[in-house]
Design a protein around this ligand. Structure first.
Ligand code: ATP
Length: 252
């Protein structure tokens, strides 16, 4: 459906359309559409804008990515459908690996996602070759099997739109986890070392831009930025950002 740019919910409706197209093309799982609805509800409480708390988290996330030995970005269907070009740009600029990792796994969908990423400039996409898998302990879903050279070997993993189990398991496996999740109360948000409470459609371009500005910083400066960040305190800030926005509505 063609949406008029004058529509007050132009961006949000456009995002839905991308997901529906992704679903029709076999990139997005039907459950992904429902998960997006949960995200939208929280985005409404942010006024669909990026709050200051999320910018702080983004800087800490970039510091972790730039300092990492082997940073990897985990890709699911919704991420691939919503931000294919910017996620590949981010991976190239860090540089970080890309790995397809699906909750509702099928080889056909993995292949479609990998080829979408390649059409958007990715060279190597992990997670499609069955033989290269190792198991992450403590995950019940098919997401437990990861690429030995990708997430299996990563010290920092960026997990946009994750499930709580795997976020906890990756943390328990000693990896620094960066989450992007609009729900500051989810298990994913609480298990991560750094959580960016923002919509992925704004968070990835912001991560990309801040990566380009922070790239010249020294390792010790990046280390200081990362260690100053406290995720629990920042999640509380994100909740206050939402309450503040809602209070604005309540008082009008
Ligand atoms: P958990 O297991 O971590 O408690 P959950 O069961 O809520 O999380 P899912 O049902 O897998 O997790 O939902 C996906 C999560 O992704 C939700 O928390 C939702 O807020 C978030 N989400 C959905 N769409 C977006 C988006 N576009 N940007 C950022 N976050 C999103």
């Amino acid at each position: 459906m063609k949406i008029s740019p004058n529509h007050p919910r132009f961006r949000s409706l456009g995002t839905r359309e991308r997901l529906v197209r992704g679903f029709q093309n076999g990139i997005v799982a039907p459950q992904g559409l429902i998960a997006h609805g949960r995200g939208e509800a929280f985005d409404y409480m942010l006024g669909e804008t990026t709050p200051k708390s999320s910018r702080l988290a983004t800087k800490a996330a970039v510091a972790l990515l730039l300092r990492a030995r082997n940073p990897v970005i985990s890709i699911n269907g919704n991420t691939a459908a919503l931000v294919p070009r910017d996620i590949v740009r981010l991976a190239r600029s860090v540089p970080a690996g890309l790995e397809v990792n699906l909750f509702h796994r099928s080889l056909a969908r993995e292949r479609r996602i990998a080829s979408l990423l390649k059409r958007n400039g990715a060279e190597l996409v992990h997670g499609v070759d069955e033989r290269a898998r190792v198991r992450i302990r403590g995950v019940a879903s098919p997401r437990r099997d990861v690429d030995a050279q990708g997430i299996g070997d990563a010290d920092v993993v960026l997990i946009p739109l994750e499930d709580g189990d795997r976020a906890e398991a990756l943390t328990n496996a000693g990896k620094a986890v960066i989450a992007i999740d609009l729900n500051p109360m989810s298990r994913t948000s609480r298990a991560a070392a750094v959580t960016i409470v923002d919509n992925i459609i704004r968070a990835i371009p912001e991560l990309l831009q801040i990566t380009l500005t922070m790239k010249p910083l020294s390792m010790s400066r990046l280390g200081a930025i990362a260690s100053k960040f406290d995720n629990e305190t920042n999640l509380a800030r994100a909740m206050k950002d939402m309450i503040h926005y809602m209070q604005g509505w309540a008082e009008t």
